[in-house]
Design a protein around this ligand. Structure first.
Ligand code: PEP
Ligand code: CO
Length: 446
């Protein structure tokens, strides 16, 4: 039990970047009261379990696969879309586990990723300025004054959509669908059309043989029947995550029970800001995004504030430098943080430093840049003798055309065919598998 009561509201006296201007504060108060009385979406013990798996990543014994939409939408909380995302994540995890020979910690950017930081608080189209879209948790995507008005009721809808998504994710990962004997089933609708699908099929055949061999030897371990899957999101809208913070009855300590893991984005990681203060109070495993301008002193100060006891698994640094910068800026950061004795997991977000606008006006990313940033991440960590601990990606299980390149190539002219993201461009299923195969090669080539 902690000796002194922890003040979970001290962030309210600090500057909180990227918060919506709610037009109706009374309505906000009413909604937050409802959320504060709502059942938890995850349990503190599950958060601790993830923390211990992330501690294995810190020790160099496991690899994180974290991914999902840039921005989830309420309409996306549907069985087909969630199944396709889980299926793709499972396929990627299998590739990494089998071809990379490493245990994979599976974390969805799912069941809560409903809020987005924006570079400008307004969006202007044809001379009309409206509040920027900040994610379904805050306002609507449609460019009308009604849709763009921040509506607190959306915080409740976010909670319910997260509950539905998490329920589906738990069912898909625990109810037999994720059984290793299903490795072919996940690929069935995919195999013929794509090189990555065919390569996966070959690997699935090898896994079948290995399973048959183990079965013949009398082994049928329960670990093969289901997988552990965790949820995560950027805890951006502090009223939401604060309202879903509960005191764990076992330990007397606070946990944000809206997700297993939460992270602080690149735009809200100010040391004296509200987000860092709030995160310092909760006991979940947490992440912080670090962009190319992060100094080693910044990172070390974050370590002291967010993980003063240096608990392995508590803090993950998610670096997002850009393919052209990672080899220059990452070494100093990793070297100094490591020399400072900090126990952190390092994972690579190869998406957010590699976004550009195509001539058609679509925000996009090149798969080649994504792969190059991941290669740079491995090179830097290998050279320093530190552990390249995982990847954090934006992907979807559907065959969208949002990023260019890949084994089933998408050109800049194809982007408009199926460009569906509510925010940043995501890898489609084939591109995600291409990435998983590349990462498994990098992992093995030490
Ligand atoms: C994101 O993860 O969608 C995001 C906005 O990233 P970052 O905070 O790294 O810019
Ligand atoms: Co994004």
């Amino acid at each position: 039990m902690s000796a002194e009561p922890i003040n979970l509201d001290s962030w309210r006296d600090l500057t909180a970047a990227q918060q919506p201007e709610w037009p109706d504060r009374d309505e906000l108060k009413r909604v937050v009261g409802k959320l504060a009385a709502a059942p938890p979406l995850v349990f503190a013990g599950e958060c601790d379990q993830l923390k211990s798996e992330l501690a294995a990543v810190v020790r160099g014994e496991a690899f994180v696969l974290q991914g999902g939409d840039c921005a989830e939408t309420f309409s996306g909380a549907d069985a087909d879309a969630v199944r396709n995302k889980i299926k793709t994540l499972l396929q990627m995890a299998i590739v990494l586990t089998y071809a990379g020979s490493v245990p994979v910690v599976k974390i969805g950017r799912m069941a809560g990723q409903f809020a987005k930081p924006r570079s400008s608080s307004t969006e202007t189209r044809d001379g009309v300025a409206l509040p920027a879209y900040r994610g379904d948790m805050v306002n609507g995507f449609e460019f009308t004054p009604e849709a763009r008005r921040p509506d607190p009721e959306r915080l409740l809808r976010a909670y319910h959509s997260a509950a539905v998504t998490l329920n589906l994710a738990r069912a898909f990962t625990k109810g037999g669908y994720a059984d290793l004997r299903q490795v072919h089933t996940w690929n069935r609708d995919f195999v013929a059309e794509s090189p990555a699908g065919r390569r996966y099929e070959q690997l699935a055949r090898e896994i079948d043989q290995a399973l048959a061999f183990m079965h013949a030897c009398g082994a049928n371990p329960s670990e093969f029947h289901s997988v552990e899957f965790y949820s995560s999101h950027e805890a951006l809208i502090l009223d939401y995550d604060r309202a879903l913070t509960r005191i764990d009855s076992r330990t007397g300590l606070p946990y944000d029970v809206s997700a297993h893991m939460v992270w602080i984005g690149e735009r809200t990681r100010q040391l004296d800001g509200a987000h860092v203060d709030f995160f310092s109070k909760i006991r979940n495993p947490i992440g912080v995004k670090l962009g190319p301008t992060t100094s080693a002193d910044d990172a070390l100060a974050l370590v002291r504030k967010l993980n003063p006891d240096n608990e392995p698994g508590r803090l993950t640094f998610i670096t997002r430098m850009g393919a052209s910068k990672i080899r220059d800026v990452l070494p100093d950061l990793v070297e100094k943080v490591t020399a400072g004795g900090a126990q952190v997991a390092w994972i690579c977000d190869p998406m957010h430093g590699n976004t550009f606008e195509a001539p058609s006006g679509h925000k996009t990313r090149r798969l080649d840049d994504v792969l190059d940033e991941v290669a740079g991440f491995f090179e830097v960590h290998r050279a320093l003798g530190t552990h390249p601990g995982g990847i954090h990606i934006e992907f979807t299980g559907d065959d969208v055309t949002e990023c260019v390149g890949g084994g089933q190539p998408i050109g800049e002219g194809d982007l408009s065919l199926r460009y569906e993201t509510a925010c940043d461009p995501r890898l489609n299923r084939s591109q995600s598998l291409d990435l998983a195969f590349r990462v498994s090669e990098l992992y093995r080539s030490t």
